[in-house]
Write a protein that binds this ligand. Sequence first.
Ligand SMILES: [Zn+2]
Length: 502
Amino acid sequence: MKYSTYYIDNKTFDDTKKSIEKAGGWWVRFGTDMLTYAANNRWSDVDARFSADKRNARQNAGSVRKSDMHLVVQKGRTFQQENPDAEVLYDKGRYLVVAMSPAKAKQLAKRKDVCFHIMPLEENQVVFEEYVPKRTEAPTDTPEAGIVAGVQKSVFESYISQLVSYPTRLSTSSHYMEAAGWANGVLAGMGYGTSLETVSLSGGKTSANVVAKRQGNGGIARENIIVVAHLDSVNHPGGASADAPGADDNASGSAGLLTLAAACSGHEFAHDLTFILFGGEEQGLHGSTQYVASLPPAERARTRAVLNMDMIGSVNATPPAVLLEGATLSQSLIDGLATSAAQFTTLTVQTSLNPFASDHVPFIDEGIPAVLTIEGADGANSAIHTGDDTLDKIDADFAISILRMNAGFIAAEAGVIKPPADCGCGGGADTPPVTAEEAQAARELALHYQALFAQYSRLWRDGLLSSADYGNWQSARAAHDALMQQMGVATPHTYPQNAGLY
Ligand SMILES: [Zn+2]
């Protein structure tokens, strides 16, 4: 068997695959790359279907036994780190084609304790597609655009720095519970109804999911939009006692979830919104699996979309790309996200119907439409699951692009309700009317307060809060409460309780 890779563009894909098959070869598509292979006596005919300039010189070409060809899907570079001797035939970051004996691959495939999946390479398959969406004029005066505008980099940065400040977020550690308590307080402070739900792990150990909910208000049969990310981190080479900052995996997605919850907090929606931070993901998707198992049939049936974020902070492709990964039942979610990417970002879009190894999978397995949004594949972040997964590898502007896409999608799916022309935010008769611009400015100010509160909470945790800081915190809190009152938003008075600041 001989193989090589070639560039293809979307327009020529159908003709190219037919042509390869006609010449007696097989193909596997990875975005704009076509891995092509054929028996030795067929190869020259297959290879001749491509002009010399289409050959991808960056990738290998050579000979291999067909039965040895395997497809790997990995988190970061975890497959290569654990199997440094495996021969990599083709490298697209999250996806690899490797040469390995079927017996050895079968053995690896059985292991449950690893962060990759290996399977025989299937002939003539699309692993993922890639395209640059046709840009549409970004709307500015729609309620969806209002939510997207509420996604703020300073807010994201304050949440992610809080999350990496815990020495570890290993699911079973006391630091994990601190982080979960902090996130629970932040979500409660935004006005969501929150709870910490116990997750059972092996050996009688436990972790927790943070669940935050709010009801829709559209006067119609309410469906539910669930936004999820895993809060836990892990350091495989270092073990349980080592630092596990988990900046990309997955403080990026968790901080992203809090940023989206903040952006949604000042708006009304027709449908329900649920935000969940899962524990026990790195030990085998325990938090999400147990959450799905706990859902009664009626809850499953009214779940309109599940949006997962896992690793949204590292730029692994040029130009920057986002990968939307789901299954056939999530196709409309993938389409909705791609539309939002075209409206609100300049991201290249990759799409895959091979769901793998994150919290969208337990939902998909139960027939609930779910999709993963993750940094696009080309290279990969090799610091994943090590002590080097630190904040300096995070590109906040890139994460914000993915969050803008997600915000536009959530706004559309949850049916954001357009505020009345006079806004109606003023509440009582004594309150002067507030214009839409004033309402937007106030929402943005409220988000900055939230970010400030997160910083105070971190200072307190690290024992760095002076009495002057405490005074500043109290006046910031009073200003926030006054603003919320002016906007007619009830202040729930549930700022991070474990921070001891309120
Ligand atoms: Zn992860």
